[in-house]
Design a protein around this ligand. Sequence first.
Ligand code: GLC
Length: 798
Amino acid sequence: MRYGYFDNKNREYVIDRVNTPVPWTNYIGVNDICAVLSQTADGYVFYQSPQYHRITRFRPNAPISRPGHYVYLRDDDTGEYWSISWQPVGKDLTKAKYECRHGLSYSKYRCDYQDISASQTVFIPLNEPVELWDVVLKNNGTRPRRLSVYSYLEFSFHQIDMDNQNFQMSLYASGSSYADGIIEYDLYYEELGYQWFTSSFEPDGFDCLRDSFLGAYRDESNPVAVEKGECSGSFEKTGNHCAVLQKKLVLQPGEDVRLTFLLGEGKREAAVSVRKKYSDPANVDKAFSDLAAFWEEKLGKLQVGTPNQGMNTSLNIWNLYQSEVNILFSRFASFVEVGGRTGLGFRDTSQDAMTIASSNPEKCRKRIVELCRGLTQQGYGLHLFQPEWFDPKLRGKQQSFKSPTVVPTPSREEMIHSIKDACSDDALWLIAAISEYIKETGEVSLLDETVTYADGGEDTVYQHMMRILDFSDKQVGATGICKGLRADWNDCLNLGGGESAMVSFLHYWAIRHFLDLSRFIGKTEETEKYEKMAAKVKKACNDNLWDGEWYIRGITANGRKIGTHNDQEGKVHIESNTWAVFSGVADPDRAVKAMDSVDKYLYTKYGLMLNAPSYTKSDDEIGFVTRVYPGVKENGSIFSHPNPWAWCAEATLGRGDRAMKFYNALLPYNQNDEIEVRQSEPYSYCQFVMGKDHTAFGRARHPFMTGSGGWAYFAATRYLLGVRPDFDCLIVDPCIPKDWSGFDVTRVWRGAAYQIHVENPSGVSKGVKTIELDGKAVSGGIPVQKAGTQHRVKVVMG
Ligand code: GLC
């Protein structure tokens, strides 16, 4: 069963059955202000921080997640009313036609009801802290219509905690007022705690008090003011507040009208100029087209044309979008993550940064520097930290959104935790992020930049990298395998004093990245040192972690191996096996066996499970994972994030058919017609899909905010299609299904554009016979070309 379709021409996903099984969300805003809105316009907006500066209120995890950013319409002759998005009024879907188009940083809601067609496009102009609703109404009938239009949103007490508990102060410190067509909302105790709401027209009515607008014993589905057709003009110091502006209109047959609603940060005065600007529809159009150009520029860096339509749609639009959303908003704003955390997670941010180096090198660089500052001198990263603690420009300054009544977040000193809180994988990911950034941009000088450590002192980025590698070198158990510390990538596998196979493989991968770099810049001494380290790690892994058909996952504090042929539960794990192969630790024979075991034990039609069989007996030596329901999250679900590691591993082995089988299984696009199973958005990878050991096998959960987006993009473009930058050339080394006759990639790299046409006349999966650049043969990769130039590249596989 499907609920919508991909409109690639407009880069939109069109939801034409709006009663999806769960909310299908989108992310509006690319800078300081961001809204998370569903296909029914439920959701919230925040400024800079979803935890500390919520602008609108949201009641999550309810049968209907409300409220949202709504427009009501009322027929003033009959008294009947509805909303432009299906919710909150929830008209009978057999009588009213509803549609939602989720686009890149905007959502467009449409409805047709009783000869009135209406649309509400919600977007946030680039570089302006303003949410804009572009509303268009048209009378398609043959008689004049008297209509009322009402906006609605509910203001929040700014801090997530204040908004959910102990209202004995916040209820009496929040106030609203109306003057000259502008609503102003404030939290009296916050110096900068103001928002405004206005419109392009002179309102005929308004309400600022939620309960006056909705009425007693009612909710957003049947506000008394809309029912009666009159707002009450309410406002007050204290209470719960909303933004309702009412406009009465007469629409002649065939006539249309365009209205703009605006929500912004700051006091009433700030609204005046913004209101003036956007009262001119030409400025609304310009802001919207600037946003489109912003995305066009990003997407234009890499576009693909392959025989796999799902892959094209995903890589050209949605997968990149998801990756960018992750890096822009960190990971903490969704309908599931409703703002209780904030800041940067070390491992997640490192990986996210690595995967968007091509589309967003500036943000990638910014994140790299922030992460280097979050590294301790010993070489481990702070698992979760606020980048502003360590930013010389911000240090010591009060954040604008900090409220005096709320318990402050831990101070920098409190957060520089001891090694017992460190996760063993966190900082290793940063090495690859730095290396990929330099390969993308050529900015080798980043290595010489001096950056502070979280616990004092400073050093170059290059030195930071070595501290990371040295930390993992020292943190090993008796067998020479890296200690698991608090956890490794798998938060629920708490090996305690034990050892993590995955981290040793990751260590090896990070050393390899570093060695490529140190050789490239001619650092002989370091190269020798880390070559020795690499050899030592590889030997320790191969001596201790091989089980016969696959690699084990780790060793508990008591020396018990996890993930062996003797285990009834948690026999095979994806993390260790994919990393053994992708890192280069496994020799070809073991690598093939390990990935065959992944296919045999972990493959399902919806993707690869994290481990199988799932744990059913609690075992604290292994960790919390054994206390998670079988088939769910870290215990045997199809956890999406590690799936691309398997594509990379198969690409290393040159098995394109197997890699594509794995790719296609997880691809959300391929579940578009199976929403009764998937439930969640088919345009976003989800954190996990329920595994075989759960009754809801195939159900996806937690869209957008997951490392799977970035990793899927990275793995598919760089290892399946094989177009990846090196330090001094662009490599084209595809691993594709044998029945692909070829594919095309447009890639902008260091300012030059390459039209890459790959042919596969002999039906192979891997291997490049010839590469021509503008008609001339080149060997190895494509050398760097002058910025601003355009080139044709022909690659023949065989
Ligand atoms: C979540 C966390 C991530 C972790 C993964 C597996 O996605 O954000 O850091 O690696 O779960 O536990």
